[in-house]
Design a protein around this ligand. Structure first.
Ligand SMILES: [Fe+2]
Ligand SMILES: [Fe+2]
Length: 372
């Protein structure tokens, strides 16, 4: 799907993401105060406005952390700590592959030049230097540094925008899925609270089964659509309070297939999970379920979770045709159905977390259904 960004890159670049080179922050590092003075004067002549300096090599890293300089002019030979050591430390502190450093070396220092350029320094200036050379080399290094900074800032902005849009798309999907579940409920004997309880139990069990928080959230919404296929079942069968005839039962057993058709085959994680649950929530571990009679691990884990959560809530709720069962009776039934209707591991997990499941049950009590 094409995403239409409001972001106008040209506007973005014209409105401050192109950084003014004269406003760039430059740090001069040299133990010789005379060199610091000369470089400062030259940079001021070049109309640079933010010049910092230090003669103490130990101050470079703390100063960089505080000011995030656009360029560091670094002397290599200093007492206490060499420029090479500082470069090594800067490599760790600078949060990108671009090291904004121009090195000051003595004339004829071929080996050092090779080493510092290899470490990522962008250029070197040989002492003694000409003013014009300093200004041109610094200007070139700053162009590269600011261009890099601008690219990083644009990348962050675009990533932020993409994340925002992805979130919006996901929220829209959740909303559509929720509305479809609501439509399904309005055709059914079930109450809205059944779907809320069942989907929260599904989400809890997914988390307890170690399927991760993203999957648990998807389960919350996807499982709510398990019975959406009942939209396609005639009222005469769906709303019947007494037992269904064998023919009517065959029609009723079509609701998983109808649900899968309604939800469709979209590749989104949420939609495909919802389809999987709608299609397989009446399959049984021993293969005696419907509509396809699949068994064991052929049944997706989402549907194994949905099956036990759905049955538990149906049994523990009052319905027009029956009273709610006591928890003890339901526990016995789940245990008896372990390996038959339900996956044994699922029954164990369910019973281990029974206290939390009952809490969910008590939180969403049956009420008249509202479109909220
Ligand atoms: Fe169902
Ligand atoms: Fe249900």
């Amino acid at each position: 799907m094409a995403v239409d960004f409001d972001l106008d890159l040209t506007d973005l670049i014209m409105s401050g993401h192109l950084i003014d080179i004269r406003a760039a922050k430059i740090l001069i590092v040299d133990d010789d105060p005379l060199i610091v003075d000369v470089l400062s004067v030259v940079l001021k002549e070049g109309e640079y406005q933010n010049i910092f300096s230090t003669g103490d090599p130990y101050q470079v890293i703390p100063l960089y952390k505080e000011h995030r300089f656009d360029l560091i002019i670094l002397d290599i030979q200093m007492p206490g700590m060499s420029g090479i050591k500082i470069l090594q430390q800067l490599q760790k502190v600078v949060k990108s592959s671009f090291l904004p450093v121009v090195v000051l070396t003595a004339h004829g220092d071929q080996k050092i030049r090779k080493q510092v350029l290899g470490m990522g320094a962008k250029d070197f200036i040989t002492k003694p230097f000409e003013h014009w050379e300093i200004l041109l080399r610094i200007q070139n290094a700053l162009h590269a540094s600011l261009y890099h900074k601008q690219q990083v800032s644009l990348k962050d902005l675009l990533e932020g925008e993409i994340q925002k849009r992805t979130k919006e798309i996901l929220e829209t999907q959740f909303e559509i899925v929720h509305r479809l579940a609501v439509a399904g409920e309005m055709r059914d004997n079930e109450t809205g609270a059944h779907v809320q309880r069942m989907s929260h139990i599904c989400s809890l069990l997914s988390r307890k089964r170690g399927l991760g928080s993203e999957f648990s959230k998807l389960m919350l919404y996807a499982s709510a659509m398990h019975d959406v296929g009942k939209i396609g079942i005639p009222d005469s069968i769906l709303l019947k309070s007494k037992g269904l005839s064998p023919e009517e039962w065959l029609v009723m057993q079509q609701h998983p297939n109808i649900g899968a058709r309604i939800i469709g085959n979209h590749s989104s994680k949420l939609i495909s999970l919802a389809r999987e649950i709608a299609l397989c929530h009446h399959e049984k571990w021993d293969g005696s379920g419907y509509p396809n009679g699949i068994s064991g691990n052929q049944i997706p884990v989402s549907a194994r979770i949905a099956a036990i959560s759905d049955v538990f809530d149906a049994l523990t709720s009052d319905r027009p045709y029956k009273q709610a069962w006591a928890i003890e009776e339901v526990v016995e039934t789940l245990q008896a159905e372990s390996g038959k209707h339900f996956e044994p591991v699922m029954v164990e997990l369910f019973l281990e977390n029974l206290a939390e499941i009952i809490e969910i049950k008590d939180r969403y009590i049956d009420h008249e259904f509202h479109l909220t």
